[in-house]
Design a protein around this ligand. Structure first.
Ligand SMILES: Nc1nc2c(ncn2[C@@H]2O[C@H](COP(=O)(O)OP(=O)(O)OP(=O)(O)O)[C@@H](O)[C@H]2O)c(=O)[nH]1
Ligand SMILES: [Mg+2]
Length: 410
């Protein structure tokens, strides 16, 4: 029967393509590649207990985790400086901007964060809101937080229109952007502007060196049995992320041109040898490729944002008005700042932290991590999909630093 023969041919072609894909793909999780027999559960169980994979992890904040195993090749290639042996306690907190009505979504996320990580470390929480938190909110949240919790209100001047913004023009922009996600939202714009240029100035964050941003509704899908703050401090890292992707172009039509103008206006601020601009643009610096770190998860140094250059960049953007006339997100703003001001070795992909935000997830693909600690499917990792920019980030080397002198001449 011809249709049966055709089916058999198609099946044979499908099998050959699948086998070739499995053999050639460098991105499949270890232990899932053809030719690598999956480790037997017994083997994984006995050899990768928490205790011997991260020997000091249970010791608490300020101790030295040995969480280097699956990062060693990247770090060796980047010739990072030797680890600081005793980083000392890290002044760090979770920072959560949230509305009262998001109580239960946040409670679920906090419970997971505690179960997966913080019940051993007890880092404090800073909750921020553009209006006062209700008693109910604070009572329900503190039932689950193992570290100190403080609740603050955002100052009005950090959540309102600066005097140079034409509010009529802002309304028209919102109407025109009705077909873009959050394009018509006024509060979303205040939120993005606050997260771009003000959160790190909040007095409740003054005492901290690092923060970890958390949002209501996110999931943590793996045990984190080392301390990411210590990990960052030991390696002198500035910015950590889990997911990267392309921004919606309609939200940032002039963000890159404004950023180029900023680089022209303040030529001394971008070091041609110590930037990551190669990740967000091409050699000619002509266009933004829309890559950005997804800022709903961030572990970062606060002094990066408090620095003169970051503040100069934010002020420049704020004057240009794109937070209101377009819909500039804090994610591309943070990312373009990181690209201008940070070399590759200061930025870290926490590939071992299982994290889900709005169904998009980072799921560890290293079977040593995934098998015993995670409840996510490594094949669902956003890293494997086209809109992720993490593959390109991983491939960055010293050439990622772009010399901006050509830009300054044009
Ligand atoms: N207090 C307060 N927090 C807000 C407001 N809008 C957003 N947020 C918080 O800011 C963060 C980002 O807002 P989200 O609505 O999650 O924005 P997003 O992550 O881009 O989009 P989705 O998660 O897909 O809705 C979350 O922690 C929100 O709780 C607001 O008007 N007031
Ligand atoms: Mg969100």
């Amino acid at each position: 029967m011809p249709s049966l023969r055709l089916l058999k041919v198609l099946l044979a072609i499908g099998t050959i393509v699948t086998v070739l894909h499995l053999l050639l793909s460098p991105n499949l999780p270890r232990g899932y590649q053809a030719g690598v027999p999956p480790e037997s559960p017994r083997y994984v169980y006995h050899h990768y207990t928490t205790a011997n994979h991260y020997p000091n992890a249970a010791d608490g904040a300020g101790q030295t985790p040995n969480a280097t195993a699956n990062h060693a090749p990247i770090e060796a290639a980047l010739a990072l400086p030797p680890l600081a042996s005793t980083p000392g306690p890290v002044k760090a907190c979770f920072v959560i901007l949230v509305r009262n009505r998001e109580l239960f979504a946040l409670r679920a996320s906090i419970r997971q964060l505690e179960d997966r990580f913080n019940h051993k470390y007890h880092y404090p929480y800073v909750f921020l809101n553009d209006e006062p938190f209700t008693d109910e909110f604070m009572r329900y949240i503190t039932r689950f937080t193992s570290g100190n919790a403080t609740f603050g209100v955002v100052p009005t001047e950090h959540w309102s229109y600066p005097p140079w913004i034409d509010q009529q023009k802002a309304i028209i922009a919102r109407i025109k952007m009705g077909n873009v996600i959050y394009g018509s939202s006024e509060s979303y714009r205040h939120m993005c502007r606050f997260n771009s240029g003000f959160f790190y100035h909040h007095p409740l964050l003054a005492e901290y060196e690092y923060y970890w941003r958390v949002e209501p509704g996110v999931d943590f899908t793996c045990d984190i049995d080392y301390d990411p703050f210590v990990y960052m401090k030991q390696r002198d890292l500035t910015y950590g992320f889990t997911i990267s992707m392309k921004e919606i172009a309609e939200t940032v039509p002039t963000l890159w041109e404004t950023t180029r103008q900023f680089m022209r206006a303040r030529p001394g601020l971008v070091d041609p040898k110590r930037n990551t601009l190669g990740w967000v643009t091409d050699q000619s610096l002509e266009t933004y490729n829309l890559c950005h770190f997804w800022s709903n998860f961030e572990i970062a140094r606060l002094d990066f944002f408090r620095s003169e250059k970051y503040q100069a960049y934010f002020d420049y953007l704020d004057r240009a008005g794109g937070f209101f006339y377009e819909r500039w997100g804090d994610a591309p703003v943070h990312s373009l700042a990181a690209a201008m001001f940070l070399p590759r070795e200061k930025i870290h992909w926490f590939d071992d932290i299982g994290y889900v935000h709005q169904k998009i997830e980072n799921c560890p693909m290293d079977s040593d991590v995934n098998y015993g600690k995670c409840t996510c499917n490594p094949m669902s990792n956003f890293y494997l999909l086209m809109p992720s920019c993490t593959r390109e980030f991983k491939a960055l080397d010293a050439d990622a630093s772009l010399d901006i002198s050509g830009l300054l001449k044009s």
